[in-house]
Design a protein around this ligand. Sequence first.
Ligand code: ATP
Ligand code: MG
Length: 204
Amino acid sequence: MSGRVGVMGGTFDPIHHGHLVAASEVAYSFNLDRVIFVPTGQPWQKDQTIVSCAEDRYAMTVLATEFDARFEVSRVDIEREGPTYAVDTLTDLTNQLSAEFNGAPELYFITGADALAQILTWRDHERVVELANLVGVTRPGHLLDNPGLADGALTLLEIPAMAISSSDIRHRVRTGHPIAYLVPQAVADYIDERGLYQVEDATE
Ligand code: ATP
Ligand code: MG
């Protein structure tokens, strides 16, 4: 293993095929050995919203990724107290992976166009770009653009358009519409068994 590792942070409430395609495309384009999915702890930018508990979001992320040898799931953000900041995610993963590789890993932090547009509001974003290469990926309905980062800190990548969002999936579940093929079947089954997304949330 070369230590080239993708990092895909998200609320994953629930994880869907848009997330999985983004991770797969970035892994291919940047020749990554693996991509680590990192479900957030208490999501600081979503505090107006009812977010499913971390263990449900973690379980769905594991179910969605377990048959792809390139994909892993980390609990670093779930186990850290307080709101999740990318700078902490990347610091913790750098420390963990440095021990594993006996040297610093090369991290590729994956963000969709909507998340990338917010990056200048992130805590310590200067440090974020020191810890990882940023990869911004296209997302239907959002313009993919450099929000003002230094040249070289960011690569923009066009990926197949997946007009899927977790908000839309939650809305579909609550209103009895199908989610088949938008999320892996194991995730759909988990949502069903646990009775998730029956209550309306502010973002639907
Ligand atoms: P919500 O609707 O609850 O905000 P979401 O679908 O945006 O959910 P998140 O967990 O918020 O999913 O997103 C995690 C990361 O994945 C973000 O960087 C986001 O931009 C990216 N992403 C999510 N869906 C897509 C998609 N369909 N195509 C490309 N990137 C995506
Ligand atoms: Mg989102």
